[in-house]
Design a protein around this ligand. Structure first.
Ligand SMILES: Nc1ncnc2c1ncn2[C@@H]1O[C@H](COP(=O)(O)OP(=O)(O)OP(=O)(O)O)[C@@H](O)[C@H]1O
Ligand SMILES: [Mg+2]
Length: 235
């Protein structure tokens, strides 16, 4: 991918390759810098199934799915801007200065209020985020506000799984509450405690039914073979 000078030509524009953020059998995310010093993250879908067989149509499908979601969420504060779709299997999004929630402790004051705002705005556009159990997918911006990245397994109301959107939006809120109680207990609300407590005895039933489908989707279906989703997920 990178030439001898570690530059990359996309749609006629030259980018300097800065850093590979993450690479697995499923996707590669690379930080690029243009001539004006603006930074972007290029996400290339790879889709390599054992024993190393690439499946380009599937890679293109995944990249299109995610780029379409970025387009649908354009203008929502806390969602990186989609910058370009240079190839069927790749898209470029604005780079966010900051660190992941996983790597930030303590989280800045007001962080969870901003994360909730982002999540509500995503829901208002008819999207369920679905991957909020992974702290690597949530960034803490330089100003302390939340950013959501990684819409690979998100669902849109118009998509083929639209019937599941309401269900997964509720699941998003459950994961938000869980994360807030875990990472900033003093900010936890009664609603957070209610949402999490609801997962008591009833929750067990839920886990045995709906959660099973959720896990199938988020952990196994694509990720089992691909090595993606290796980041720790908090139930
Ligand atoms: N726009 C961005 N700005 C800064 N860092 C980013 C940005 N996008 C992604 N990252 C970092 O790169 C990591 C990998 O990106 P992403 O989550 O999209 O890929 P992935 O986990 O490989 O995706 P998937 O789970 O779909 O395989 C993220 O966890 C995040 O820490
Ligand atoms: Mg991710």
């Amino acid at each position: 991918m990178s030439g001898p000078h570690h530059t990359l030509l996309l749609e006629g524009a030259e980018y300097r390759v800065r850093e590979v953020l993450k690479e697995d059998r499923y996707a590669r995310s690379t930080v690029l810098e243009d001539r004006r010093g603006r930074r972007f993250v290029l996400k290339e879908s790879v889709m390599r199934l054992p024993p190393g067989v690439r499946v380009p149509p599937l890679a293109a499908l995944l990249a299109r799915h995610e780029a379409d979601l970025y387009e649908r969420l354009a203008g929502v504060p806390g969602i990186p801007r989609l910058a370009a779709r240079p190839r069927p299997d790749a898209f470029l999004r604005e780079y966010v200065e900051g660190a992941t929630v996983r790597d930030t402790a303590p989280l800045p004051p007001g962080f969870f209020a901003s994360l909730e705002e982002v999540l509500r705005a995503v829901h208002a556009r008819g999207v369920a985020y679905v991957d909020l159990a992974k702290e690597e997918n949530v960034l803490v911006g330089a100003d302390g506000r939340a950013w959501l990245v990684d819409f690979q397994i998100s669902l849109a109301r118009e998509g083929p799984l639209r019937a599941l959107v309401d269900r997964f939006q509720r699941e998003d809120l459950y994961h938000l509450s869980k994360m807030r109680l875990r990472r900033a207990p003093a900010d936890g609300t009664d609603e957070d405690r209610r949402r999490v407590a609801r997962r008591g005895p009833l929750g067990r039933l839920h886990r045995a039914t709906v959660k099973k489908a959720y896990n199938l989707l988020t952990r196994h279906l694509v990720t089992r073979w691909s090595g993606a989703g290796e980041g720790r997920r908090e139930d």
